[in-house]
Design a protein around this ligand. Sequence first.
Ligand SMILES: O=P(O)(O)OC[C@H]1O[C@H](OP(=O)(O)OP(=O)(O)O)[C@H](O)[C@@H]1O
Ligand SMILES: Nc1nc2[nH]cnc2c(=O)[nH]1
Ligand SMILES: [Mg+2]
Length: 158
Amino acid sequence: MAQKYFTVGWEQLHRDSKALAWRLMEHGPFKGVVAITRGGMIPATIVARELECRLLETISVVTYHEEAMGEPQVVKPPLAAGDGEGWLVIDDLVDTGTTARVVRGLLPRAHLATVYAKPAGKPLVDTFITEVSQDTWILFPWDTEAQFIPPIARTAGR
Ligand SMILES: O=P(O)(O)OC[C@H]1O[C@H](OP(=O)(O)OP(=O)(O)O)[C@H](O)[C@@H]1O
Ligand SMILES: Nc1nc2[nH]cnc2c(=O)[nH]1
Ligand SMILES: [Mg+2]
């Protein structure tokens, strides 16, 4: 289990995805964007909008069940992207790099980018925006909702 949480809200995700689009400008233009579903879909949509890219493809890789890691399974291959030449691949984050390694195997010539990166996975992506420590679990807006938290005085045992 992760020791720390880094909570990302919708506005921050939008801001960080736009920062990624700015950084990717020098690597384009791209033929299209491949989103690694599910987590990569919203960042991919934001990046594709900024880069004025209308062609979107998906690859589905399932590696985690909540916070537990399993064997990566390609549930849907990227049908339109060939060997990835000229394509941009987007995911929300790279952690151990397991998912990125599978995607690189299928799209070896693509430019692979994530919004967030942890140290172990960082070398597997071409571009990323924000690094967090390996023992941090990133909580995305679709994983969370606001809820009541009791006052500190009530929970500090006084
Ligand atoms: O670098 P790794 O250790 O492979 O971890 C990163 C991957 O894990 C998460 O996907 P997940 O398997 O949870 O599926 P989801 O995107 O459908 O939620 C995340 O969206 C990345 O795709
Ligand atoms: N939401 C989320 N999914 C992950 N999959 C692998 N690492 C993470 C993480 O830090 N957050
Ligand atoms: Mg994912």
